[in-house]
Design a protein around this ligand. Structure first.
Ligand code: ADP
Length: 161
């Protein structure tokens, strides 16, 4: 069984992330989306909220599971019986960072491979940071995030007013 891990902070998940999950799910027997719960400074959603939002967004993708993990990614992958990390690449900045991360992970566990999926053109400029910024303006969030996230952002905004 070919198992892959798609890690990230997903605060919140965007349509760009969802596209990578769909494409990874088509290539692997099982994909674990892992919400890494270390190093967030000012999170918009708690880790558990992010997990729930991703779960609602991937409904129908039978081979995708969503979890949160607070330890070393290599340990998580080992626990899941996977030696493949999936990453999305939007641009050269992502590449520089992810290339380094891949080397670090391989240094921890030499068999741990990182596979890159190029972002689709229409999602290349999407990021969780952009979504968090947009929440302050009257923008249709469905353009950037899956419907359950758009709804959660709407509710959050209503509570803040
Ligand atoms: P962000 O950079 O948006 O805060 P994460 O840290 O959660 O996102 O990123 C998790 C993974 O998803 C990384 O591999 C990142 O490069 C990738 N990713 C983020 N946004 C996109 C996108 N719009 N298209 C493809 N991949 C993306």
């Amino acid at each position: 069984m070919k198992i892959a891990i798609y890690p990230g902070s997903f605060d919140p998940i965007t349509l760009g992330h969802l596209d990578i999950i769909r494409r990874a799910a088509a290539c692997f027997d099982k994909v674990y989306v892992c919400v890494l719960s270390n190093g967030d400074k000012k999170p918009t959603f708690t880790h558990q909220e992010r997990v729930e939002l991703i779960r609602s967004s991937v409904e129908g993708l039978e081979n995708v599971e969503v979890e949160t993990y607070g330890g070393l990614l290599a340990d998580y992958a080992r626990e899941k019986g996977s030696c493949v990390l999936v990453k999305g690449l939007r641009n050269a900045t992502d590449f520089d960072m992810e290339y380094q991360m891949a080397a670090i992970n391989r240094g921890i566990w030499p068999e741990l491979e990182t596979i890159f999926f190029p972002a689709r053109l229409e999602y290349q400029h999407f990021s969780s940071t952009m979504v968090r910024d947009m929440i302050h303006y009257d923008q249709p969030m469905e353009r950037y995030v899956p419907a359950p996230v758009a709804e959660a952002l709407k509710q959050r905004k209503a509570r803040q007013i």
